[in-house]
Design a protein around this ligand. Structure first.
Ligand code: SF4
Ligand code: SF4
Length: 406
């Protein structure tokens, strides 16, 4: 398919998802501040509007300290792909069994749709990312960050701090710009402001949410793609609007947590299906959502070394299933279940993701102990399985309803 046609197809699928999101709000007064996020979503991979005055650094995953990219005067852009359209091209060089996220991302580069990025940073969190980094290095300057397999040893913390320091050095040398103490402090303060706003947004969902989960997830998701200043301005406006808005659903809500592999635009089918079935997503544990964003990056003092330690420690607590053991994630999920009064959990896995697939059993076991029902779904980016998914999601939501009535 020609690039022009791919871009049209991508925009069309994003617009379709947005239409469904709007439809799900039913008779509720539309949230005016959401318009910015719906519009921004249409340019998620910079497909329509490229501002070339600022260098852009592509990042795979939650483990990359965006503060260093901001401090060097560049724009971080998450390049995890969520688009089915770029998968067939990448399957000519990647095994079909790779997860769709990897195949979609590599496909974007093979179609030269992201090759104008200044550089790319990839963590060694899974085999797919490692091999993708090798392939993409032939197209674009690619930096690999070595991620330890555990967070529970002093050596792991040291290794990761060293990786963060190497990243700082490589960003400055590749982009020929400095990272100053003041610049890094401002970047950390700004990203903490983003996190504080998200905490406010999520706090509003603890009782009777004034916003659907698919919309709230879009707001969080766009923080990985939009210009940060503009995202902050519009999220402030959204939070203020929501503070005086009525609940989006009548009580009792069937309160769902969505966890598992990242949900990435334009593949919004899982959150949409849950809310079309009558569930209400009030919390997520997704790397494409709030998984890391509800706590601040803490810095002991504003000297360069302490800031780098603060960043390394913050990102090491990602709760990524590449860590063994990954108790951080399970503890966080259990705490959120209490705080957000969760009735049931949907565990989303992407076909080919061994990490999330392999960790599902431990998470389910921990949830069963607390008598929290779990629905495990495995899917990819196509729409072929949507009917089957719908049957399972409907049955799960009905079961939650029945439990609530008892
Ligand atoms: S699960 Fe999250 S932190 Fe781990 S590799 Fe995927 S995006 Fe990165
Ligand atoms: S979904 Fe799983 S396999 Fe795919 S990139 Fe993320 S961690 Fe790797």
């Amino acid at each position: 398919m020609e690039n022009k046609d791919l871009k049209i197809e991508l925009t069309k699928s994003i617009e379709e998802q947005i239409t469904k999101m709007k439809k799900n709000t039913g008779d509720n007064t539309p949230i005016r501040s959401m318009d910015y996020f719906y519009e921004a979503a249409k340019n998620i991979y910079r497909i329509n509007n490229i501002d070339s005055s600022t260098p852009v650094v592509g990042t795979f995953c939650n483990m990359i300290p965006e503060e260093l990219i901001l401090a060097v005067g560049a724009k971080p852009l998450r390049i995890c792909g969520g688009f089915q359209g770029t998968i067939p091209i990448s399957e000519s060089i990647l095994p079909q069994v790779y997860c769709p996220l990897i195949k979609s991302s590599v496909g974007f580069f093979m179609k030269n749709m992201l090759n104008d990025l200044n550089m790319l940073i990839v963590p060694t969190t899974c085999d797919g990312k490692k091999k993708a980094a090798e392939i993409l290095a032939e197209k674009i300057t690619t930096l690999i960050m070595e991620v330890p397999h555990t967070i529970e040893s002093p050596q792991a913390r040291e290794l990761w701090l060293r990786e963060v320091m190497i990243l700082k050095r490589n960003l400055t040398s590749h982009l020929s710009k400095k990272i100053t103490r003041k610049g890094l402090r401002q970047a950390i303060e700004k990203t903490n402001k983003k996190r504080a706003l998200l905490r406010e947004l999520y706090e509003l969902r603890k009782k009777n949410p004034p916003i659907l989960g698919a919309d709230a997830l879009l707001v969080t998701h766009m923080s990985f793609y939009s210009d940060l200043d503009s995202w902050i301005t519009h999220t402030e406006a959204l939070v203020n609007e929501l503070k005086v808005k009525e609940a989006v659903r009548e009580e009792p809500n069937l309160r769902v947590m969505l966890t598992g592999a990242p949900v990435i635009l334009p593949t919004w089918k899982i959150p949409l299906l849950i809310e079309e079935s009558g569930g209400l997503i009030v919390m997520d544990d997704l790397c494409s959502g709030a998984k890391m964003l509800l706590r601040n990056c803490e810095v002991r003092s504003w000297n360069m070394y302490d800031m780098l330690i603060g960043l390394a420690d913050y990102y090491l607590m990602s709760g990524c299933p590449c860590f063994v053991p990954n108790n951080t994630r399970i503890t966080r999920i259990l705490n959120d279940i209490k705080d957000y009064q969760i009735d049931g959990v949907v565990y989303h896995n992407l076909s080919g993701c061994q990490l999330y697939g392999g960790e599902a059993w431990r998470v389910e076991k921990a949830l069963k102990k607390q008598d929290i029902p779990v629905l495990r779904l495995e899917t990819s980016y196509g729409e072929g399985d949507i009917k089957q998914l719908k049957i399972r999601v409907d049955a799960f939501i009905e079961m939650l309803e029945a439990r609530k009535e008892v």
